[in-house]
Design a protein around this ligand. Structure first.
Ligand code: GLC
Length: 448
């Protein structure tokens, strides 16, 4: 079996030089750092920050003519780019990883790619590889390195050469992504895939990322992307690299975007979310989420077992606007007061036991309740069989009064935790409940 697989891989058209050694069907195990990280910072940085227009989409949807969009190449300087300052900020925010847009759908690479000539190195005043110093700065601070790479490339001459399966032949589609039905060319698509694989390989070999964050998978079917082959090749070349779910059916985790699923995914997941309403730098967008809203979203995310990947959009010179820096710092300060409820925890109670998110310490003996609102005298926990030994307000040395009321035999009743206003954190209060053993839940009534 193994030799048959190797023979098959030796024919792999795009990465012929790879030394494949693992056998097919081996399950990838998600790197433990990912679930423990809780917070990552997403960075959408590209030529679109010059005019402050939507990343890639602005020419795709016709808001900006392609030539004008591409003229932003001439204004992209990275003149004040200090990746060490980014890394320091990310650490202050409490983030354990960061994901930089190495290439968005516009096709402009932030690194010195040899696969084509569309990179900031040769085509912008920045004139240098911007990914390498980012990788070094993050590693020096112990922050895991993520790279975003869009499968889609609306600038590549061979990209718009096949149509997604099931596409109506009468439908013209967007010319940046799709040819007319009569102009399809599988040879040119194969050329594009060769280019795509060359870039992915460069990212993996040069930067050894801890995370490869794909995007754009929706434009083609998995057979067209040859997703299974790509996943296998990545696993062979860089087995430690975590891959997000936008490698359909082969990613390590799910990537809900801009909203938390009310029922969190059962598998690992990560919510990607903009600090304001834009992924990249758009100066007119001042709708930055307040620190209180960000903390709430973060608590809801980790309470459901996810990570938050919070996005910022630097200016073309590489600096971040103060509103974004301040948001990251405020989130980091809140996390700093509540680290115990964040790092080293797992998803909390199912819905209904407590009206808010919660997390559990690794041994499931400490339960953290996140409180967004001012309680009316007390908060209530229900359906927990364990006795509660103590309740602390995290970030203070206050222990608060609590009592069990009701219950009969196996049915646990209500745990009331009494709180006053002076116990409350301005952004989100966290209560740590020490249980008398591993969490034991009472859910449904089973007697008639
Ligand atoms: C969406 C946007 C894209 C952005 C991505 C981040 O797919 O269209 O521009 O990069 O979200 O998840």
């Amino acid at each position: 079996m193994a030799s048959a697989i190797r023979a098959d891989l030796a024919c792999s058209r795009f990465w012929p030089a790879f030394g494949h050694t693992t056998s097919e069907g081996e399950r990838r195990v998600l790197q433990p750092w990912f679930g423990e990280a809780k917070l990552g910072i997403f960075v959408h940085w590209g030529i679109y920050s010059v005019d402050g227009v939507p990343e890639s989409w602005s020419f795709f949807d016709g808001t900006v003519p392609y030539d004008r969009y591409m003229a932003q190449l001439d204004g992209f300087t990275a003149a004040r780019y200090e990746p060490t300052a980014w890394a320091d900020l990310f650490v202050r925010a409490g983030a354990r990883y960061a994901v930089l847009t190495a290439k968005h759908h516009d096709g402009v690479a932030l690194w010195d790619t040899a696969a084509n000539d569309l990179s900031v190195v040769g085509r912008t005043p920045a004139g240098r590889d911007l990914v390498a110093p980012y990788v070094d700065a993050l590693r020096a601070r112990g922050v895991k390195v993520g790279l975003y790479y869009s499968h889609v490339d609306w600038s590549h001459p061979d990209y718009a050469t096949v149509r997604p399966p099931g596409q109506d032949p009468a439908e013209r589609g967007n010319p940046y992504s799709m040819p007319a039905a009569e102009d399809e060319s599988s040879e040119r698509w194969a050329n594009f895939l060769g280019f795509h694989r060359a870039q992915v390989r460069e990212l993996l070999e040069r930067f050894r990322p801890d995370l490869l964050w794909f995007d754009g998978e929706w434009e083609r079917g998995p057979e067209q992307w040859r997703t299974a082959e790509l996943a296998r090749d990545i696993a062979e070349l860089s087995p430690h690299t975590v891959v997000n779910g936008r490698l359909t059916g082969h990613g390590d985790y799910a990537t809900p975007e801009q909203g938390i699923p009310v029922q969190p995914p059962a598998k690992e997941w990560e919510l990607c979310l903009t600090v304001n309403d834009s992924w990249g730098y758009q100066p007119q967008d001042t709708r930055h989420k307040s620190p209180r809203r960000l903390v709430r979203i973060f608590a809801e995310t980790i309470g459901g077992g996810g990570n938050l990947l919070l996005d910022v959009g630097p200016k073309e010179d590489g600096t971040l606007r103060p509103e974004q820096t301040e948001r990251l710092e405020a989130l980091g300060e809140w996390i700093g007061r509540h680290t115990e409820a964040v790092y080293g925890t797992v998803r909390g109670l199912p819905h209904g036991h407590f009206y808010g998110p919660s997390t559990l310490a690794a041994g499931r003996r400490t339960l953290y309740l996140f409180l967004f609102d001012r309680p009316n005298e007390y908060v209530v926990l229900r359906g927990v069989r364990n006795a509660v030994r103590s309740v602390r307000v995290l970030g203070t040395d206050v222990e608060v009064r609590h009592e069990r009321v009701g219950g009969l035999g196996d049915v646990p009743g209500w745990e009331y935790v009494h709180l006053t206003d002076d116990h409350l954190d301005p952004l989100c209060t966290v209560l740590a409940l020490e249980l008398d053993g591993a969490l034991d839940l009472y859910g449904a009534h089973t007697r008639d």
